[in-house]
Write a protein that binds this ligand. Structure first.
Ligand code: AMP
Length: 421
């Protein structure tokens, strides 16, 4: 497989798919440029080699073309400043001007294409279908956009000599620029960018080259959104810690009193079957034993510590209790591979963030002792940032949905398109 480090970009034009889907305020100012900064090592390496950049990204979910609210022109100046290069802009990613600007690029120059998702062809999903469209109409529209997607993809590919995918955030999508485009470049001319390499390596270390004991901590609000992940992890982990709102579905399934804690009544059987599966697979499934409960869903609610299965009516569990913190931390400290997804409680409320902090600190300690720790998927990233622990774990993933799908054991189209599996 080609790698960005081995590849000499001198005199080459590189089509680089990045994830510059950054949040903007109402005046179009970037409020968090983490995603742009994350791609800089890749972009800088290409420029330093004497290559030229064709930078492509999506932003938001535009429904028309053009849609100024989602124009990437808004970020051009900032990208220029970060790269210390005057980045040119192509106002239509597959227009004549884009082709002309790409063809004219000289070594060390960069071109930013307008939002790829201004075209339905990027995602390959039909747009503008009437609400009452028949199944035949839907099928015909889908077929039409898939057909025109080929031309769109070919056009994008025609700008460049090589393809670099550094957009892990969209690696779980089989879109034109994230996966299909790779077919237009031979194996030696397509590769992951540095960010993508790090993400793929981290997932590999956790799920494939696992050093045991392997512990996963699954938190968050609902079992239903984590079923596939838990099922897959039950075939891989030594310890599975279940925390967060999911706790109460499990506790209720086991006959406990959970008051008005968050619970998915229709998932009680599922919770029992997951417990059964854990037993069958020899997985140590660790549940909370005590809870920090509140008489209201607010930071300032009255709170108490009670056994997790004895929560009074009108009270709800908003975090794990101190005994559970200790149990979780013991398991985590004795682990060599750790995956953390989802807080142990409502970490947004300072008074109910103690469990998540304790888990984060135990992971940091295990990491100092040589464990490999991967944190990712939505709120866990906010959690480690809140507690200032991002540098104390081995890797914090930048990909929410993509990471979760990888942990579910799915092949991600953006990775497969380059690596072949
Ligand atoms: P998820 O997106 O599924 O990872 O869920 C994260 C959210 O779960 C966070 O916003 C937490 O506040 C929430 N959460 C965690 N524990 C609880 C709980 N015990 N009750 C209600 N919400 C919770």
């Amino acid at each position: 497989m080609q790698t960005i480090d081995k590849f000499n970009f001198s005199g080459k034009k590189a089509f680089v798919r990045v994830d510059f889907n950054v949040p903007l305020d109402e005046n179009g100012n970037i409020t968090d440029d983490t995603r742009i900064r994350a791609a800089l090592p890749t972009l800088k390496k290409i420029l330093k080699d004497g290559g030229s950049l064709i930078i492509a990204s999506h932003m938001g979910r535009p429904k028309k073309n053009p849609d100024p609210k989602y124009s990437l022109e808004q970020i051009r100046a900032h990208v220029s400043a970060l790269l210390a290069v005057d980045v040119k802009f192509a106002p239509d990613c597959v227009g004549e001007e884009a082709a002309r600007l790409a063809a004219a690029l000289k070594p060390g120059e960069a071109l930013l294409l307008e939002n790829l998702r201004f075209y339905a062809e990027e995602e390959g999903k039909p747009r503008g279908l009437a609400e009452d469209a028949s199944d035949e109409e839907k099928a015909a529209a889908k077929k039409a956009v898939k057909e025109s997607q080929k031309e769109f993809t070919k056009k994008l590919a025609s700008y460049a000599d090589c393809y670099v995918n550094d957009a892990f955030g969209t690696a779980h999508r089989a879109h034109a620029s994230t996966a299909l485009i790779a077919a237009y470049f031979d194996t030696d001319n397509k590769m992951f960018g540095y960010l993508m390499e790090k993400e793929v390596d981290a997932v590999q270390k956790v799920l494939a080259d696992t050093i045991r004991p392997f512990t996963a901590i699954m938190g968050g609000s609902k079992v239903s959104s984590k079923i596939d992940i838990i099922e897959n992890l039950l075939t891989k982990v030594d310890n599975l810690i279940i925390a967060g709102g999911m706790t109460y579905t499990f506790t209720k399934a086991l006959g406990g009193q959970i008051g008005k804690s968050i619970c998915e009544e229709d998932k009680l059987d599922l919770a029992l079957s997951l417990l059964e599966k854990a037993k069958k697979n020899g997985v140590n499934l660790v549940l909370a034993v005590d809870a920090k409960i509140a008489d209201d869903f607010s930071n300032d609610a009255n709170s108490r510590i009670v056994p997790v299965n004895q929560i009074p009516e009108d009270w709800e569990g908003l975090d794990i209790g101190p005994e559970t913190e200790k149990r979780f931390a013991d398991v985590i400290r004795n682990s060599k591979t750790i995956l953390w997804n989802g807080p142990t409680g409502v970490f947004e409320f300072d008074n109910f963030s103690g469990g998540s902090r304790a888990v984060g600190e135990a992971i940091a300690e295990a990491t100092r002792q040589g464990a490999f720790s991967l944190v990712g998927g939505g709120d866990s990233v906010a959690c480690v940032n809140k507690f200032g622990l991002a540098d104390a774990v081995s890797y914090v993933s930048t990909g929410g949905g993509a990471l979760l799908e990888a942990i579910e054991g799915r092949v991600l189209p953006g990775i497969e398109a380059i690596r072949g599996y």
